[in-house]
Ligand binder design. Structure first.
Ligand code: COA
Length: 98
């Protein structure tokens, strides 16, 4: 946990999770092991981020979504749907190739 990160209530952080400065983790979010949240990213309420995923700087994951394992969410992207495992999701709205 870095300085200036904001963690809401009832959040679960797995082992080796890294939350960078000015990142925000919403209520009831579940960040599983080896997740990294880069600076100023926003994980909204009730989001599940599965193991090994990286959320890029200033990206936003909207509420109630699941981002599966080993995803790269591009910096500045806005994730509006569940993201499958092993993709690069980028842009606004976030898109990827499977
Ligand atoms: C998305 C990311 C993982 C790279 O993905 P990639 O598919 O390997 O990207 P490439 O560099 O090969 O670029 C491929 C295309 O995606 C675009 N792109 C790259 N990053 C992007 C992003 N964050 N949002 C939107 N488009 C992006 C490129 O402009 C390029 O577009 P083009 O084909 O029209 O020229 C990376 O750019 C990124 O955003 N990583 C997070 C970095 C971060 O958070 N840094 C802060 C560290 S503290």
């Amino acid at each position: 946990m870095c300085a200036q990160a904001a963690i809401s209530n009832n959040v679960r952080l797995g082992r080796h999770v890294h939350v960078n400065p000015n990142a925000t983790i919403g209520h009831d979010a579940d960040l599983q092991k080896f997740v990294s949240v880069n600076p100023a990213a926003v994980i909204s309420g009730e989001v599940i981020v599965m193991s090994g995923t990286l959320v890029g700087a200033a990206a936003t994951v909207l509420q109630d979504l699941t981002v599966w394992e080993r995803v790269l969410v591009g910096a500045g992207s806005v994730v509006t749907k569940d993201v499958p495992a092993d993709v690069v999701a980028k842009g606004v709205p976030g898109r990827w190739q499977e």
